[in-house]
Design a protein around this ligand. Structure first.
Ligand SMILES: Nc1ncnc2c1ncn2[C@@H]1O[C@H](COP(=O)(O)OP(=O)(O)OP(=O)(O)O)[C@@H](O)[C@H]1O
Length: 577
């Protein structure tokens, strides 16, 4: 059965226009007002899908309920102008007569951008066909809802609100087109993020995940996963000397969720095991910070030589030649100006050096000393040490060996460190990936507090300029190289919103500021009233909006997320029994 027995009628179509969140334009939404028979246990609720007949035969327009409330004829015109005694009398009557023919349920719904053709079979298509006011509105059955919206083999991550259906996600596609988790503090962002990570690792065998953890949460939220998979818990602190020290210290430095307050012994034991498994690493960050020569920097250096009035005119064509050589090299190897210069450039340098020699340029000319200086810089081998640095991290992250680590949690409570690590790491990973041309492993970068990495206004002083460039590169170009991001934030307003278009799957919970909610409705072209529903969401309740990624069809879905902590606890007990 496509539809349930309950039917309503479309009474009205209203339009609302408001300025866009950035104040530069306006946006218009349609609200569809539907009447349904009154019943105390009517299954109507926010998030339900409806279909209404349209101007075209066999075609229905699909709507999603955003709000509903009971109406009684007696109350429609009851305002302060009616004398109090009469008002009281009318309201008493209404109270007694809700279950009469004079009452109905008024339902507000918005279009989800789909039409459905019922002609023997059922066919869904993107689009909008004007519905016929006064015509029948039908409610989907759970079965139709499920078939229409979810991939059959999707990964279960929760339960759809008000429906008896599992929320199933196409996790591979969701990751491919990046994920955003947006909610006010305490709504369950880290819980949802950890749950998505554990489900993804389970489903995608060629996936590796790296979490940049600034709030010291994930070491516990994913502790069972760290124990199960080959993994790394990376800190900037000195490593503990022994198992006992490790257990105590890690328990002290991590945020323990309230639900696990009674389980401290279990967590300590798990940390001790992690230490014994040799999964802890101390990350070394070079004190000079960003110190690599990039192609952009090299090109600037060469160009300044061509413009330098002290460089002899006869040498300038060779600097120009070097610029052309660099351009060719970068094109052939798909390098960007942010890529770090390495041995690949030696051939270009040799080529220009040889041509300059053949042309009879003097041995002590600037061109030769310039080329020689660059060569020396490249051949300078990094100091060999036992330290685990960003390069080691990148190498392990891209290691294709199935026995190599799959989960990395990098704990950087200092935001400046976190920004520096992420920018160096993304650069390293891009450079290595471009050279290897490999599509595995797929890598997911998880960034909590994303507004700190890609802020609305970035500054050099706190490395946010570097982290912004790196994370933007990941979001814009990562997909080609199988490098993806999951970012979460509590304030969209503080985020560089240019990147929002790159993210195709959004998980939204309570966002108290209208600006943040409006930005979401505008990005996806869904109605304000639907996003506003999130204001009443409970902890762990989410609105999932996805554009050609997580779901079979792009219908905004309200759901209760599975609780990461329940799975964590169950697994820890199993692993450590
Ligand atoms: N799906 C869920 N089911 C049950 N409880 C949940 C769920 N999601 C979150 N919670 C509980 O709500 C509390 C807050 O969750 P969480 O720490 O994930 O929120 P947050 O948005 O990351 O907060 P913050 O921004 O402060 O880090 C936790 O105690 C958590 O266990």
């Amino acid at each position: 059965m496509i539809f349930s027995n309950i039917e309503g009628r479309l009474r009205e179509i209203r339009t609302f226009t408001r300025p866009t969140a950035d104040g530069r334009g306006t946006i218009t939404f349609r609200v569809f007002v539907i009447e349904m028979p009154f019943s105390r246990d009517t299954p109507i609720d926010a998030g339900k899908l409806l279909a209404v007949e349209t101007i075209r035969k066999e075609y229905y327009l699909l709507l999603e309920v955003t709000d509903y409330f009971p109406q009684h004829y007696g109350m429609v015109n009851l305002d302060g102008s009616v004398p109090p005694e009469l008002r009281e009398e009318i309201m008493k009557r209404v109270e007694e007569k809700w279950e009469s023919k004079e009452s109905w349920i008024e339902v507000y719904a918005s279009s989800v951008g789909y039409v459905m053709r019922v002609n023997g079979g059922v066919e869904f298509k993107r689009g909008y066909i004007p519905p016929l006011p006064g015509s029948k509105v039908k409610l989907f059955t759970d079965e139709t809802f499920e078939k229409f919206v979810f991939y059959e083999n999707g990964v279960k991550i929760g339960k759809v609100v008000n429906e008896n259906i599992d929320l199933k996600l196409n996790i591979e596609k969701a990751i491919k087109y990046h994920i955003g988790v947006f909610a006010y503090t305490g709504s369950g962002k880290s819980n949802l993020t950890s749950m998505l990570i554990r489900k993804s690792l389970e489903k995608m065998k060629d996936l590796k995940v790296i979490v940049i953890d600034v709030s010291m949460e994930y070491g516990i939220l994913l502790l069972d996963q760290l124990l199960t998979y080959e993994s790394r818990l990376v800190t900037l602190d000195r490593l503990p000397d022994n198992q006992i020290d490790a257990g105590r210290r890690l328990l002290r430095t991590h945020v323990i969720p309230e639900e696990l307050n009674e389980d401290r012994d279990l967590i300590r034991k798990a940390f001790e095991t992690l230490y014994n498994q040799g999964k802890l690493r101390k990350l070394y960050i070079p004190p000079q910070g960003i110190s690599f020569l990039t192609y952009g920097m090299l090109i600037d250096m060469v160009r300044s030589q061509t413009e330098d009035k002290y460089v002899a005119t006869a040498q300038k064509p060779f600097f120009m030649m070097l610029l052309h050589e660099l351009d060719r090299l970068m094109r052939e190897n798909k390098l960007s100006k942010d890529d770090v210069v390495d041995e690949a450039v030696l051939h270009s340098l040799d080529e220009v050096e040889m041509k300059a020699r053949e042309a009879g340029i003097k041995e002590n000319a600037t061109i030769f000393s310039f080329i020689s200086a660059i060569k020396q810089y490249i051949e300078l081998k990094p100091i060999e040490s036992e330290e685990y640095d960003v390069e080691n991290l990148a190498i392990e992250l891209l290691d294709q060996d199935p026995a190599s680590p799959r989960l990395f949690i990098v704990e950087t409570p200092n935001m400046d460190d976190a920004r520096l690590v992420i920018s160096l790491l993304i650069d390293q990973v891009f450079m290595r990936r471009k050279r290897s041309y490999s599509s595995i492993p797929v890598v997911l970068f998880v960034l909590d507090e994303a507004q700190e990495f890609i802020p609305f206004e970035s500054r050099q002083k706190d490395y946010s300029e570097y982290s912004s460039i790196a994370v933007e590169k990941l979001l814009r170009h990562g997909r080609k190289y199988h490098l993806h991001a999951l970012i979460s934030t509590q304030r969209l307003a503080y985020l560089n919103t240019n990147v929002l278009q790159q993210i195709h799957t959004y998980f939204v919970s309570t966002l108290p500021r209208p600006y943040d909610r409006q930005l979401i409705s505008e990005t996806f072209g869904i109605s304000d009233s639907l996003v506003d529903r999130t204001l009443n969401f409970d902890i762990g309740q989410w609105l999932l909006i996805s554009f050609k990624a997580a779901l079979k069809e792009d219908i905004p879905i309200m759901f209760y997320a599975d609780n990461n902590i329940s799975e964590l606890k169950e697994n820890l007990l199993k692993i450590l029994k």
